[in-house]
Design a protein around this ligand. Structure first.
Ligand code: APR
Length: 314
C-alpha cells in the first residue's frame, strides 16, 4: 500500500508552525510537529488547529504534535528549527552558545530514530549548526543541507524586482556563502529573465540592494522583535519538495564542501542539484575575482564560528 511521506518538524515555534501549514496544504506528506516536553501541549494545539484547517482547505495530511522521539521514527524528511531565534541587536553568531547544546540533543536523537531522513537545518548560526549535526550523526553529506541560500536569494530577488519595477517571477539571482552579513550576492548571475540586472539597476542602487540583502534578516528582527518565519519556511519547503519529488532543482543550499570552491570540511551556501538522492551535485560557478574574494571573507567568518563549536565540549 502506498503511504504518504512523513515530514518531521523539530521545533514547533514560529517557523515550525508555518512549515507544518505549508507541508499540509501542499499535500507534501503527514507532519509531526515535535517540541520539548514543556511545549508538547502547544505543539498538539497547533497540530489540532491545522487538522481542523484541513476540513476547510481540503487536504488529507495528518498533523500530530509530540515531544516523543519515537513518534519521529522513520521520518523521510527532518526540518530542524529547534533553538532560540535572534532578538534585536543580536547577530546569528550570538546564538551559538544557546543553540549548540540544542542541535547536539536533536542530532543524538535523530541519529537513533531517523538515520535515513533527508535533513534540512534552519537553526542559527546556520552553517555551524549544520556542521555540528553532521559531525554528531555522521550522516552522508548528500542527506543534509542548511537552509539559507534560498531565503537570502529570495530577499535579494524581491529588492531587485522592486527597484527594477519588474515582476518578481522574472528575477533570477543567487546568494552564496555563509548565512551572515558577509554573504555573497553573485551579481554576475543576476538577471531579469536572462537580461543582466545591471542593465536595469544603477551601480549605487545595486550596492544598496546588496547591503539590504546582507542585513535582510536583521531588518525583520528589528521590526518584529523576533526572526522571520514565512519566507524561511517556504524556502525549506522548496528544498524538501525538491527531495521528495526528485525535482533536481538547482538551489543555493548550505552544503558540505570537500574541495569544491577551494574549501574543505566546511558547510557554506553553494548552488547544488537537489533531488531524490538529496544534495546530488555541487555546481561550481565561474566567479569573478571580486566574488571569490567575498566568498573567502564569508568562509573565514563561518570557520571562526565552527572553530568555537569544535572547541566546545559535548
Ligand atoms: N528539541 C526540540 N525543540 C526545541 C528544543 C529541542 N531540544 N529546544 C528548543 N526547541 C523549540 C522551542 O521550544 C521553540 O518552540 O524550538 C522552537 C523554536 O521556535 P521559535 O522560538 O518560535 O523560533 P523560530 O522563529 O521558529 O526560529 C527557530 O530558526 O531561523 C532560525 O534563528 C532562528 O535559530 C532560530 C530557529
Amino acid at each position: 500500500m502506498a503511504k504518504r511521506k512523513k515530514i518531521a518538524l523539530i521545533g514547533a515555534g514560529n517557523i515550525g508552525g508555518e512549515l507544518a501549514r505549508l507541508c499540509a496544504n501542499t499535500q507534501l506528506g503527514d507532519v509531526i510537529l515535535f517540541d520539548i516536553p514543556a511545549k508538547e501541549k502547544f505543539a498538539q494545539g497547533k497540530a489540532l488547529d491545522l487538522e481542523q484547517n484541513s476540513s476547510v482547505l481540503g487536504y488529507d495530511a495528518r498533523i500530530t504534535g509530540t515531544s516523543k522521539w519515537e513518534d519521529v521514527s522513520g521520518a523521510d524528511v527532518l526540518i530542524i528549527t529547534a533553538g532560540i531565534p535572534r532578538k534585536p541587536g543580536q547577530s546569528r553568531d550570538d546564538l551559538v552558545a544557546t543553540n549548540l547544546p540544542i542541535i547536539r540533543d536533536v542530532a543524538n536523537n535523530a541519529k537513533k530514530h531517523c538515520p535515513d531522513a533527508f535533513v534540512i537545518v534552519i537553526s542559527n548560526p546556520l552553517d555551524a549548526m549544520v556542521y555540528e549535526y553532521m559531525r554528531v550523526t555522521g550522516c552522508s553529506k548528500k542527506k543534509i543541507a542548511g537552509m539559507a541560500g534560498v531565503l537570502d536569494s529570495a530577499r535579494f530577488q524581491l529588492f531587485l524586482a522592486r527597484e527594477a519595477n519588474v515582476s518578481i517571477k522574472d528575477v533570477r539571482a543567487m546568494v552564496l556563502g555563509g548565512h551572515g552579513d558577509d554573504m555573497v550576492p553573485v551579481l554576475s548571475m543576476c538577471t531579469i529573465n536572462g537580461v543582466p540586472a545591471t542593465q536595469f539597476i544603477a551601480k549605487d542602487k545595486m550596492a544598496q540592494i546588496i547591503e539590504r540583502t546582507r542585513k535582510g534578516g536583521g531588518e525583520i528582527v528589528n521590526l518584529m522583535g523576533t526572526s522571520a518565519y514565512y519566507a524561511p519556511a517556504s524556502s525549506a519547503v522548496a528544498m524538501a519538495e525538491a527531495y521528495l519529488l526528485d525535482q533536481k532543482r538547482l538551489l543555493p543550499v548550505a552544503s558540505y564542501l570537500d574541495g569544491e570552491y577551494g574549501y574543505k570540511d566546511l558547510f557554506m551556501g553553494v548552488p547544488a542539484i537537489v533531488g531524490g538522492e538529496g544534495v546530488e551535485k555541487i555546481v561550481e560557478l565561474p566567479l569573478t575575482d571580486e566574488e571569490k574574494g567575498m566568498l573567502a571573507k564569508s568562509a573565514a567568518s563561518v570557520q571562526s564560528v565552527v572553530d568555537v563549536v569544535k572547541k566546545t565540549p559535548a
